[in-house]
Design a protein around this ligand. Structure first.
Ligand code: PEP
Length: 263
């Protein structure tokens, strides 16, 4: 279903009216985690002023340590909905448990399946039946074929509004959190008709890497980028070192506008 063999034209996925697909280079930005109404609105306003058209933000956070901030849950979803009402930006937010799909879908414009859940088949089937576009992140230990098979689980439930997101894979390299597999973009686009975006924030893990990795994404023809921003990264409850502040985000957005995407 997601293969290009029977579907030669590359697809455009619309999220609350915002297209992601060939030639779009959609900018998705927002906080890694929803922490407070002020922090979320502040991040959204920064994102929107820079030209981002979709707001990201996690209310359910899949953290490596059980002692780390796990997200605000439904309270976080309500904050996102309020910020959407204020800014008009459609929301992309993660769901980590099949039992929460209905709840998260009642707030989200796009459901995100994170790297740790790429092969959580019950979750994939549940999001496939939720009637919302899905962003499927590549598992940090998954091959491209496994990633596309995971997308197939969603598609099998009748949902072809899937965006693939390359967010880095685990290698021996320790200088970055994960290694952004930039070749995954053209490879996945050759094998599948689905849009492919990259997450330079979670792959690199450092804000200095976000702009160069975004340039690389544009150069290989990615259909968009998803970026962490925070009004006060030093106080962030999640992944502060990778969050962009206002000026960095505006520079990144200018780069996205100035470098014509490959179609
Ligand atoms: C995220 O985008 O909030 C996130 C946790 O990403 P990943 O699943 O790629 O680690």
């Amino acid at each position: 279903l997601v293969s290009r063999e029977n579907h030669p034209d590359r697809s455009v996925v619309r999220v609350g009216g915002v297209p992601i697909g060939p030639g779009t280079m959609t900018l998705i930005a927002g906080p890694c985690a929803v922490e407070t109404p002020e922090q979320t609105l502040g991040a959204a306003q920064m994102a929107q002023a820079a030209g981002a058209t979709l707001l990201r933000g996690g209310a359910f956070k899949p953290r490596t340590s059980p002692y780390a901030f796990q997200g605000l849950g439904e309270k976080g979803l309500r904050i996102l909905a309020d910020v959407r009402a204020e800014t008009g930006m459609p929301i992309v937010t993660e769901v980590v448990d099949a039992h929460d799909v209905e709840l998260v879908s009642s707030y989200a414009d796009m459901l995100q399946v994170g790297t740790r859940n790429m092969q959580n088949f019950a979750l994939l089937q549940a999001v496939g039946g939720a009637g919302k576009p899905v962003m499927l992140k590549r598992g940090f230990n998954a091959t491209i074929e496994e990633w596309l098979m995971a997308a197939e689980y969603i598609a099998q439930r009748g949902n072809l509004d899937i965006v693939l997101c390359e967010r880095g894979i685990r290698t021996f390299e320790k200088a970055t959190r994960n290694t952004l597999d930039i070749s995954a973009v053209p490879v996945a686009q050759r094998l599948s008709h689905l849009p492919v975006i990259i997450d330079p924030s979670h792959s690199g893990g450092h804000r200095e890497l976000v702009l160069p990795l975004t340039r690389a994404a544009i150069a290989v023809g990615a259909d968009g980028v998803i970026i962490d921003v925070h009004p006060h990264p030093e106080a962030a409850l999640c992944d502060g070192p990778q969050a962009l502040v206002d000026g960095d985000l505006r520079e990144l957005a200018k780069t996205v506008r100035d470098l014509p995407p490959l179609v």
